[in-house]
Ligand binder design. Structure first.
Ligand code: CTP
Length: 420
């Protein structure tokens, strides 16, 4: 049996949002709150309306020393659904009802707690509590699967006597188990230590003349998020980036480039060094055949024709030379997403492709959020719903780690599938 109080990593100074939902186990959140406070965390409690039927907000208010938030439209004009998770190191929901899991999985935002989950960028830990029959219901299983695929930590409920008088799995996990999950989530993950990751990001610019170029709408945010996440998880990272306005990620070696040709050279120069390549750049497929050395004057012309030629397919050319590198590409599509992504995965000899539909509102170029489907060469697909690009970066790294581990455990060399 796990007891409360810990020998795990400290929570001193950590800000935790403790969400409490409407389960009979809500009273156990009081003890959890006290333990978190004793571990040195600062805790702000958010309750759903139904949770307040089990325990009064005043109990949590007195213990935490902070007002309890229950309503997205509450006073002070402060946007709690934004301000609370923005300051938090972790959001913990204990107990989390089946309804709470469903809303979190589906991305519904119909109260303060569920809206907060849509804005939180920090680790999310859910400790469900419900009747045994509910925990094994296919819908609950599916939502738990979705949440876990997205990187949410779901602390399994325990088996025992339930409030209904039945025996089954559904009791809120013991306090020590929840505390341990929080400590693990807040301890820095170093699962990419020893890996060397080559990441590309941003657009390329293909000159027409000294003042004009052909480019695209890529902001570089996705590639930068991957570089940051990989560095935070212990990898050595080289980021080859087209022109962006983003700050240099801490601890990452940045190689700035402008054209597809420069990007090809920079990536080729670091390729042998790398153990994983993640190609998030939006490389121009065509460039002006002969860029003018002087600014093109209009000289009374009513139209101008540009001759374009193909650039190198960098990813395909690197894949063809690979030894043991894990190759990850992107497919930003406007239609037939999965079919096009699968074609690119095969044509470019990739291990994993991140397919995203750039027409979906709130995703894609310039946005801070993205949704994607990860497809591996066996055809296995992982759906990643709309989430901050940094969370998506972690989810991509999680899947890449799994592929590396599978490759390692099978000890068979990975065949490179042929080109188009
Ligand atoms: N890519 C590349 N070199 C290029 C073009 C694309 O390495 N010249 C990479 C991208 O970085 C991405 C993947 O290939 O990881 C797919 O890019 P995308 O633009 O979606 O596809 P293309 O291969 O360019 O095909 P199309 O433009 O016809 O969709």
């Amino acid at each position: 049996m796990k007891t409360s109080g810990s020998i795990g990593p400290t929570l001193i100074g950590k800000q935790i949002v403790l969400g409490v939902t409407g389960s009979i186990a809500a009273y156990k959140a009081v003890a959890l709150l006290r333990t978190l406070l004793r571990e040195g965390a600062r805790v702000h409690v958010v309750m759903t309306q139904s949770a307040t039927k089990f325990v009064t907000p005043l109990t949590f208010e007195v213990l935490s020393g902070h007002p309890v938030s229950t309503d997205v439209f509450e006073s002070h004009q402060e946007m709690k659904h934004l301000s609370l998770p923005a300051q938090a190191d972790a959001v913990v929901i204990a107990p989390a009802t089946a309804n709470c899991l469903a809303r979190a999985a589906l991305g519904l935002g119909d109260d303060l707690l569920s809206t907060m989950l849509l804005t939180a960028q920090c680790p999310l830990i859910l400790a469900p509590a419900m009747d045994g029959g509910m925990w094994s219901h296919p819908s609950v299983r599916e939502h738990v699967g979705t949440l876990r695929a997205r990187g949410t930590i779901v602390v399994n409920p325990e088996t025992g006597l339930l409030a209904s008088g039945r025996i089954g799995q559904g009791r809120l996990a013991e306090e020590g188990t929840i505390l341990e999950a929080i400590q693990v989530a807040l301890a820095p993950r170093r699962d990419w230590q020893g890996h060397r990751i080559l990441v590309s990001a941003g657009p390329t610019q293909e000159p027409i003349d000294p003042v004009r170029f052909i480019s695209n709408r890529s902001s570089g945010k996705m590639g930068y998020a991957i570089a940051e996440a990989a560095q935070a998880r212990g990898a050595q990272v080289v980021l080859v980036t087209g022109p962006t306005t983003l700050p240099t990620p801490r601890g990452v070696e940045v190689v700035p480039v402008a054209t597809a040709e420069e990007m090809t050279k920079a990536l080729s120069a670091h390729f042998a060094w790398s153990t994983t390549v993640i190609m998030a750049a939006a490389v121009a497929d065509f460039r002006p055949t002969s860029p003018a050395s002087h600014k093109i004057q209009k000289q009374g012309q009513t139209y101008q024709t540009l001759d374009l030629e193909r650039t190198t397919d960098i990813l395909a050319s690197l894949s063809a030379k690979r030894t043991t590198q894990l190759m990850v590409g992107f497919a930003a599509e406007t239609h037939d997403l999965i079919a096009h992504a699968k074609d690119k995965l095969a044509a470019k000899g990739l291990d994993l492709i991140v397919a995203n539909d750039v027409t979906v509102k709130g995703t894609g170029f310039g946005s801070d959020q993205n949704a994607a489907t990860l497809i591996d060469r066996q055809g296995a697909m992982t759906e990643l719903p709309l989430m901050p690009k940094r969370a998506l970066a972690d989810a991509i790294l999680n899947r890449a780690q799994e592929l590396l581990r599978t490759r390692h455990s099978s000890q068979t060399p990975t065949p490179v599938t042929g080109g188009r």
